[in-house]
Design a protein around this ligand. Structure first.
Ligand code: NAD
Length: 470
């Protein structure tokens, strides 16, 4: 029988009356049942979090630090189980840059976050007086997560929230709720009841969270469209917000870049990690005319050696697109580009079968005005755009409402840094892409988001400032 997973409220796992099918995208079969929480369940989860807040916030800092370290231990001890659940619901491979890597990374991120501190800052401290800035937890934080890295992104939300003394109500994507719910269940042994709750269900539960008067802050990762809805309904009670939204990252290859094997490999995985279902993947590749054909040939050759298959097979390097809607979107973006004159260098049509397998697709002779360039494709199809003048390329890269990441590729670091500073995005990598790290703030400008995650700046987003003048 298909296993039904519970919601977790006030330390207890509860079954719900209704469920949503969770499909394994590798074979189209129902693999588990997601609990369909009601708005009454959400109210109870918020109540439990509110009740637990004063106790958790009032604990000595060292105790919360120790608890977050124990959560890292729990993740480490359960990598195999959680990774298998991610692969079955999300479609990514177990090995390589897949689900074991995701859970291992989540554990490392948790441990790093445990070690962060926000000490009191003294603005004045002399014989005339003392002005001290304290950081206080906000209250109940709601976390709403997407389907591309279900466990990792939940960790990015939960850990700084807990570390700073808040309590949490988490809502995973209905496409990929299972590993997250199981993780929250496992974590209960290290936390007092009500400190970390999880409800799952349809998108309406996300809407109810955004408008809920008992929630003080929302940390949301997902599409820009949904982020705008969250922001609008959060205005009602002036909730604090961190929004990590969509990206359409441009990578600019200068004529002096060396197209050796290592560089081609980095460009490829910068675009195709997790099948391109990464907020800060390379989504537009701007290549100077003098190296355009060489780059295209080398990327096609590299792509030919990458194995696509069921994530449970040891030799798969890439799995599926996660859901049918996204699959249809990628398919349609590629078809529309082809009909507008794009040259398909490889891939270009779905792989036959029951799973949502789509081949690595490289598109040449594309430009702005085509939806695959202007919009976020969030899938395994990369437009390769030709340019001749670097200032013009910078302008084209910036002429987009998104501003998450970007990269510059060159053998001259000074030249690359000068161009990086002209790009309108929250992060620029030189000769790499999408390499986030727990100590470097990460967030979007323009319509890619509000606020940052990671490091002490990211932790500070889960606090309010109180200044004491004496
Ligand atoms: P989505 O916006 O459809 O859904 C995200 C979450 O919001 C889900 O849990 C969903 O149930 C919930 N939701 C849906 N409607 C809601 C509403 N009206 N109010 C509140 N919550 C609601 O996004 P997705 O398709 O799951 O994820 C893909 C998107 O996420 C891409 O655009 C990608 O770029 C973005 N993303 C951004 C980052 C980042 O850090 N910037 C990271 C990963 C993904």
């Amino acid at each position: 029988m298909t296993q039904a997973y519970p919601i977790i409220i006030d330390g207890k796992s509860e079954t719900t009356a209704a469920h949503i099918d969770v499909i394994n995208p590798a074979n189209g079969q129902v693999f588990a049942l997601c609990p369909a929480a009601t708005s009454a369940d959400l109210d109870r989860a918020v109540d439990a979090a509110r009740l637990a807040f004063p106790l958790w916030a009032g604990k000595p800092d060292a105790e919360r630090k120790a608890a977050v370290n124990t959560l890292a231990d729990i993740l480490e001890a359960n990598i195999s189980e959680l990774a298998e659940l991610i692969t079955r619901e999300q479609g990514k491979p177990m090995g390589g840059l897949g689900s074991q890597w995701e859970v291992g990374g989540a554990a490392a991120w948790t441990r790093f976050t445990a070690g962060l501190d926000l000490p009191v800052e003294y603005i004045q401290d002399d014989d005339k007086g003392r002005v001290a800035m304290h950081r206080k937890p906000i209250g109940v934080v709601a976390s709403i997560t997407p389907w591309n890295f279900p466990v990792m992104i939940a960790i990015w939300h939960i850990m700084p929230a807990l570390r700073a003394g808040n309590t949490v109500v988490l809502k995973p994507s209905p496409y990929t709720p299972i590993a997250t719910l199981r993780m929250v269940e496992l974590m209960q042994e290290a936390l007092p009841p009500g400190v970390l709750n999880a409800v799952a269900g349809p998108d309406e539960i996300g809407q109810a969270i955004s408008a809920h008067p008992g929630i003080d802050k929302i940390v949301f990762t997902g599409s820009t469209r949904t982020g705008k809805h969250v922001m609008a309904s959060a205005a009602n009670s002036l909730k604090r917000l961190t929004l990590e939204l969509g990206g359409n990252d441009a990578a600019i290859l200068l004529p002096d870049v060396t197209l050796d094997e290592a560089t081609i490999e980095k460009i490829f995985w910068g675009a195709f990690l997790n099948n391109g279902q990464v907020c800060a993947a390379i989504k537009r590749l701007y290549v100077h005319d003098s190296i355009y054909d060489e780059l295209c040939d080398k990327l096609v050759a590299y792509a030919a050696g990458v194995k696509i298959g069921d994530g449970m097979s040891a030799d798969s390097q890439l799995g599926t697109i996660q859901n049918k809607m996204q699959f249809e979107r990628v398919k349609s973006l590629v078809e529309t580009a082809r009909n507008s004159g794009a040259r398909i260098l490889c891939g270009g049509a779905p792989i036959e079968g029951d799973g949502l397998f789509y081949p690595i697709t490289l598109l040449a002779d594309v430009q702005e005005g085509m939806a695959i360039v202007d919009e976020e494709q969030f899938g395994p199809a990369l437009p390769i755009i030709r340019y001749t003048d670097i200032d013009e390329a910078i302008g084209r890269a910036n002429d987009n409402p998104n501003g998450l990441g970007g990269s510059v590729w060159s053998s001259s670091p000074d030249k690359a840094v000068a161009i990086a500073s002209q790009l309108e995005c929250g992060t620029v990598w030189i000769n790499s892409h999408a390499m986030v790290r727990p100590d470097a703030p990460f967030g979007g400008v323009k319509q890619s988001g509000i606020g940052v995650e990671f490091g002490t700046l990211g932790l500070a987003e889960f606090t309010t400032v109180q200044v004491i003048h004496q």
